[in-house]
Design a protein around this ligand. Structure first.
Ligand code: NAI
Ligand code: MG
Length: 495
């Protein structure tokens, strides 16, 4: 299937639009396509192939054939080389990939460049692991020899969201490939373009056909087909808790494929009286407004100790008002549009709910402009724990601030939701930092920082925020299974 020439403020480029299966771009079996929208102006960018169940089958067969065939013969050292080649190619195409992210997702170009760089570095990091995945010998008796191998799981179905399209692509592909699996990855219907662009680099990096297959399509069709597929051995998902539950059910109802889930959050960002206030405000601002609030780990519940509460709100208002909202390609833009009409409507619905429930709008609370899905950075104060805006994930540039008095209160409030993805503590007291970090039920706790993820550090959720960990050495556990080999050396045991 052909590619289409597109233009961004960064220049012209050639955008593949087919499904990437067996190292070729192909049409969907039914010839279906769908349009992806530019959230900055609400206009269609281009139509791409839409995978349905039949296309998922074809991609899974390709991945299975590669897994049972050529990929098995590839040495760990060569897996490392391909991942490293792919990382290098992504860096070579960094500006184009970043421009595609800004076009399709609406994120600021400066931030998108950072995403692409992180994506490349993540692939390189997992390339480094490929030849260091080792088993062990276990001694149980003199007449037995036992070893435990780490083997790949097989064909992995991977379903990713739209908030960090290329970064999630590489978080998923990196560890799966390092461990010797093959992949069918479905991008989000809102943001199919960067994953397809990167797919052509997969071929150039030297991967054999069928090892990495990239398909575009919708959740209820292509996504659901992956989750219930009888020939997929493992599914990895990032997205909403509701969809995560349906994937777990689909796995249970089909072949009991292994499941890892990275889901939502409603993360507390706790500021103590003794915090370095300038530093805290800067990270609180970045914690909620980075990526337009479209982060699973967004610091959306801000708890400030009573001694600095008034001062903090005033200073935070001033800081947030400086966040430039507008054209993702403008050099000073910090916040672009929300990704879609649906997300825009959801967020505006939450803002209305906050107003109706009696929270005070400190700044924002309105749409920005009348073209594109732009929303003003919004801070609510006078928020109580039972309010919808304090309990549910908003996934937009909206946060709630409330007051606490003691350390015990901060811990209790921090742990009140059903989520447990991330949390942060701002304090200059080491004891407070450690005591509160230990007590918070979250997969990541930041101290005097926020959103500072790194590919070497495990990331994932406590409670309803997920199952399993991505990144770091921990992600390798999701993509390997243990095989115990027990060899009898002595005489027959039972004569
Ligand atoms: P979603 O969870 O429905 O979509 C994420 C991915 O799952 C997409 O690729 C989608 O096509 C796929 N999907 C949807 N339904 C599926 C199904 N039944 N079976 C298999 N795959 C399916 O999220 P959506 O609707 O885009 O956003 C809704 C909310 O989810 C957001 O407001 C936010 O709260 C949360 N979310 C969280 C993310 C995170 O990073 N944890 C990312 C995106 C959304
Ligand atoms: Mg789009």
């Amino acid at each position: 299937m052909s590619s289409v020439e597109l233009e961004t403020p960064q220049g012209k480029y050639s955008q593949p639009t087919g499904l990437f299966i067996n190292n070729e771009f192909v049409k969907a079996v039914d010839g279906k396509t769908f349009e992806t929208i530019n959230p900055s102006n609400e206009k269609p960018i281009v139509a791409v192939a839409e995978a349905t169940e039949k296309d998922v089958d074809i991609a899974v067969n390709a991945a299975r054939k590669a897994f049972e065939g050529e990929w098995r013969k590839v040495t760990p050292e060569d897996r490392a080389k391909y991942l490293s080649n792919l990382a290098n190619l992504m860096e070579k195409h960094l500006d184009t990939l970043a421009a595609i992210e800004s076009l399709d997702n609406g994120k600021a170009f400066s931030m998108a460049k950072f995403d692409v760089s992180m994506a490349a570095r993540c692939l390189r990091y997992y390339g480094g692991w490929a030849d260091k995945i080792e088993g062990k010998v276990v001694d149980t008796s003199p007449d037995t020899f036992n070893y435990v191998k780490k083997e790949p799981i097989g064909v992995c179905g991977q379903i990713i969201p739209w908030n960090f399209p290329i970064l999630m692509w590489s978080w998923k592909i990196g560890p799966a490939i390092a461990c010797g699996n093959t992949v069918v990855i479905k991008t989000a219907e809102q943001t199919p373009l960067s994953g397809l662009y990167a797919a052509q680099l997969v071929k150039e990096a030297g991967f054999p056909p069928g090892v990495i297959n990239v398909i575009s399509g919708f959740g209820k069709t292509a996504g659901a087909a992956i989750a219930s597929h009888m020939n997929i051995d493992k599914v990895a998902f990032t997205g909403s808790t509701v969809t995560g539950r349906s994937i777990l059910k689909a796995a249970a109802g089909s072949n009991l494929k292994k499941v890892t889930l990275e889901l939502g959050g409603k993360s507390p960002n706790i500021v103590f009286n003794d915090a370095d206030i300038d530093n805290a405000i800067s990270w609180v601002n970045f914690g909620i407004f980075f990526n337009h609030g479209q982060c699973c780990c967004a610091g959306s519940r801000i708890y400030v100790q009573e001694g600095i509460y008034e001062k903090f709100i005033e200073r935070f208002r001033q800081r947030a008002q400086k966040n430039v909202v507008g054209d993702p390609f403008a050099s000073d833009t910090f916040q672009g549009p929300q990704v879609s009409q649906l997300q825009f409507d959801r967020i505006m619905g939450y803002i209305d709910a906050g107003k109706k429930e009696g929270a005070k709008v400190e700044i924002g609370g309105e749409r920005k402009g009348n073209n594109g899905y732009f929303i003003e950075p919004t801070i609510f104060s006078n928020v109580t724990e039972d309010m919808k805006i304090m309990q549910e994930e908003i996934f937009g540039p909206v946060c709630s601030i409330s007051k606490f008095s003691t350390k015990e209160d901060a811990i209790r409030l921090g742990n009140t939701t059903t989520y447990g993805l991330a949390a942060a503590v701002h304090t200059t007291n080491l004891n407070t930092a450690i005591e509160v970090s230990n007590a918070l039920r979250a997969g990541t706790v930041w101290v005097n920082t926020y959103n500072t993820l790194h590919h070497q550090l495990p990331f994932g959720g406590f409670k309803e925020s997920g199952i399993g960990r991505e990144l770091g050495e921990a992600a390798l556990d999701n993509y390997t299974q243990l095989k115990t080999v027990n060899i009898r050396l002595g005489d027959a045991l039972f004569g």
